[in-house]
Design a protein around this ligand. Sequence first.
Ligand SMILES: [Zn+2]
Length: 432
Amino acid sequence: MTDILNTQLMHPRDQIALVMTRIYRRGLTTTSGGNISVMDENGDIWISPSAVDKGRLQPSDIVCVKKDGTIEGLHRPSSEFPFHKAIYEIRPDIKAIIHAHPPALVSFSIVRAIPDTNIISQAQHVVGHVGYAEYELPGSEALGAKIAKEFTKGYKAVIMENHGTVVGGSNLVDTFERFETLEFCARTILYGKSVGSPSYLTDEQIQAFEDQVPAPLLEMEVVEHPSDEREKRLEIYNIVKRACTQGLMISSYGTISTRWRGDDFLITPTGIPRWDMQVEDIVQIRDGKREPGKNPSRTTYLHQEIYKKHPEINSIILTQSPYLMAFAVTGTNFNVRTIPESWIFLQDVSSVDFGSHFNNQTTIPDLVAKNNPAVIIKNDCVLVTGNSLLQTFDYLEVAEFSAKSLVLCASIGNLVPISNEQVEELRAAFLK
Ligand SMILES: [Zn+2]
């Protein structure tokens, strides 16, 4: 089975099995919980079965509920089928639904709160405002009615009181991206509260992010893909997949580039969900021009400036990873003087204002340097650089692990940082 979700060419049963496996492995559903459905063009609803192991779901396990109510398949449809059906009936724009009990969203649902998606730049745009459905018995028509009522208000994502969440979209790629982004917002807020006080973006700031016009890169006339270019393409592809499966990147955000020859480089595209990006989607940038017909990341300008200014930097990753985002949304100082590995790799990490990565800004290229490979951009992301893509990814992992330790330690005490003397000793031993 392919791991790329293609809603145009894949059968609904293959799409559902793929996404269920993905969310199970990412820890967003349990063996027994959660269900996914897709509405077919002819009105049939394909849905995950009741009481089948979500960790080993096969396409053949998926059940079809025909328009006339007859059921085809090896199992019974999910017991939550009534609310899937109720949503499809009142919202013809929704063609795919994910329901699950991911812990961070359940945290909100059990304190009866809604995560504010204005916490990170693209989330409000991807998820929209979130509805709230009061508690009803699972599987009941009453629950279906409560949820459908929220969907009539135009929401595409709803928190279910003392239960979980239900998210819809125009297809399963769209729905998965919204589900994953909403869960990410919830975690960012929860982790942020452990280390500080989250601040939220205004609708105007989010609009400014969405309205960014990419630097007008001309298209190159002749494109060549020599073997060393293809090698780098595959390297980027593999790191994007690895970042997604390791929980270091989500569908709706993340850019990876790597220097190719001179100041020419390869960069991931804009507008393609990161989980489903393919090798051919990666964009070659040569002499400041882009491959014809492809749209490079909106941060291409920033990458170009960093490569020009810093010959020792050969790779850049911009991403939202959950524990680093706790620092990005609170402005709390990310102190990496935790363990020798963190300080040696990252040294002191600065944070810059939201918008510093927009076009024509020079703050970040001026800030990154060989010994300061990472920068936190408030309410947006972390930017990491390195002399190879694998090294950059390693720095990202080290940074995320350090951030996680700082979030987790908050409940038992305050960080006792490595002293200045110890830092100088590390500098002498490792950074000569
Ligand atoms: Zn449920």
